[in-house]
Design a binder for this molecule. Sequence first.
Ligand code: EPU
Length: 349
Amino acid sequence: MKLQVSVQEQVDLQTLNTLHIPARARYFLELQEAETLENALAWAQERDLRVLFLGGGSNLVFEGDFPGLVVHMAIRDRHWEQIEGDEATLVLGAGENWHEAVLYAAKSGYRGIENLALIPGTAGAAPVQNIGAYGVELCDTLVSVTAFDRATGTWLRLAGDQCGFGYRDSLFKRNGGRYVITEIRLRLSRSKPLQLGYRDLEEYLASLPDRELDALAVAEAVMAIRRRKLPDPQQIPNAGSFFKNPVVSEELYERLKEQYPDIPAYPQVHGVKVAAAWLIDQCGWKGYRNQRVGVHNRQALVLVNHAEGSGRDVLDLAGRIRESVRRQFGVVLEMEPGVVGGAGLPPLA
Ligand code: EPU
């Protein structure tokens, strides 16, 4: 059976990206079934168009319009598989809202992703940057990713250990555009220990009256912490952390620590991860704003779009921040969101 694809032209993407940047897609389609993916790709190939897959639009910056076909991933499905003893596998279509899936799992009594509450975006985008927060990363529970490999024209089900996960990194991110994720599977448990060790979470829970915690209580705590510190993209457009926390050499870390004894640091197998938010804050950027864009006043790692800022406005500000952090600390920050339709950050001076 030949499945039809329904393509629109010149579609406004402003409400489809959480930075609320005005941009247009030359062609646009909403993909609701994995079965129509190959037709959509063929449609674009016949016209020699590039294809951009869009999830929740919460981790990208539109620097310009997209001259090809934007495929909005809207595959909805949420069901359980392999329910055995305390464990079960949650299957999520790529277009499922991530936060709703977290609440659904927690309300069903399953643990594993509650620390990832309120992360904007979709289930299908979650493996791309291996979303993480409050001591938990997606790769801790992810058992497989179903994806179409555009390089070989085949469908794959990649096991978690085949996805090349790292800190905010994966095979999917390193091979941008090659794999189209249509479904993910998470192995959750009713009884595994809750992860309560991240400092902010520990402090918040200690401030509450003593009670037995479950996955939902942890999700609610994470939501309260995030609401206190991070701007809600519905109210203040943003793309979450704009830079990764950089890993620096032991030597550089020792030098920095001598000069700045308070620098927050997390030792890694190789080198030391330091808090980008702290570096940016020290350079005086927290709360900075110009007419259109700025730096959030409670989390220096989050750039915000105050009033119709363009992608170029956001990237110019990010470039200035990166330059000042490099001057003051000798550390080059790496951008976290992807850039569409342009060259990205201005070059370092
Ligand atoms: N800090 C500052 N100034 C600030 C904000 C933070 O000095 O304006 C300091 C804090 O005091 C703390 C350190 O920087 O010592 C780290 O701050 P925080 O715990 O808020 O976490 P983060 O490293 O800035 C990361 C993730 C967030 C995630 C939080 C909580 C990255 C790039 N970001 O932020 O993820 O929610 O940890 O786990 O790893 C995202 O990826 O979009 C995101 C929001």
